[in-house]
Design a protein around this ligand. Sequence first.
Ligand code: NAD
Length: 380
Amino acid sequence: MSQQSKFANITRRRFMHGAAAGMVAGNSLAQVASAQPAPTEGRKIGYALVGLGNLVIREILPALKRTKHSRAVALVSGDPAKAKKLASEYDIDPATGVYNYENYDTLRDNPDVDVIYIALPNGMHAEYTVRGAQAGKHILCEKPMANTVAECRQMIEACNEANKKLMIAYRLRYEPVTNAAIQMVRDEVMGTPRFIQADAGFNLPASPPNLPWRLNKKLAGGGAMLDIGIYALNATRYLAGEEPIEVNAMSHTPPNDPRFTEVEDAITWQMKFPGGVLANCSTSYSHGGNRFRVTGPDGYIESEPFLSYSHLSLRKVIKGKGEPVEVQQVNHFAAEFDHMSQCVMQDKEPLTPGEEGLKDLKVIEAIYEAIETRKTVKIA
Ligand code: NAD
């Protein structure tokens, strides 16, 4: 049986037959959970990293070296040679710390692993989150949380049933420039915020390494919207500080571009928030976009770049006077992992739990519906 159909069976069993849901491979969830020693303050929380692609190799493994409370203890990959090489470079025992997608569930027997970090293609997040929670581990899952609202709900339910934490890796929420911008909006430095513009895009090369899954509908869930547009969406939500109630959207995909046989290229969308803020956003795989601006009667604050891995920039223009806002820069990934580790150590809810990922997916589904129907879609 394929892993995908195994996952479908597991989720069907778990979500349709609640009484049986407490059993995982012969063990009750309580037994699985009690097999894990409670992490204590002072020891570093151990992570299993799943999917050794660009993000993990270039950013996460080096960032984990700079954390206070987190360390890599296991790697999960379909490429044993790559995994063993990386394990030896990052002080992970290649004999006990290297797993593949078939023996992934045996992570449950590794007491050094507290949290599973999932950096697989989007369409695999749900399966590996559910299986990871069933293996008795907390989950840190990359954005977008999943391809659909239904998958997000399955992930939340699986982690709740296993009594494990679920955090979505919205790294910008853990770095100071984003937080300074949020605070300036809450302080209404521009007067009552009325309008948010946010753009997030990049020119996706028509060759590897990005082609294998980003342009595949099943693995990516969609095009630029799920991959990079989600940053513009998430920014409008955290800047507005509330959830949008209506959305309009338009899409364009160049007909002869060989990249786009399955997923869309560009989307523009507008949102209305209950407090009166209007937002205008864009995303694309054909051109760059890395900025937001929040405008009110007295002026605006803006950030460009707002989503890069480093050197984020923030400035304000109030009553015609413009000045930069100097904010300390940190390693986003180190801050994000240490937040998750502290949540595990102190039994706290992460700032960006599964519900946060679900909220983005609800709006994304509304955006696709607005494109399809050419009508304004209300978000429940
Ligand atoms: P990538 O293509 O570089 O890596 C994906 C990994 O998954 C590869 O090692 C690949 O071998 C593995 N994989 C396993 N099964 C696969 C399959 N069936 N098809 C294709 N690959 C398979 O991608 P990436 O850029 O590292 O992105 C991984 C995840 O991280 C995505 O969800 C992406 O949205 C997210 N991401 C987040 C950030 C961020 O700043 N938070 C940045 C980049 C990517």
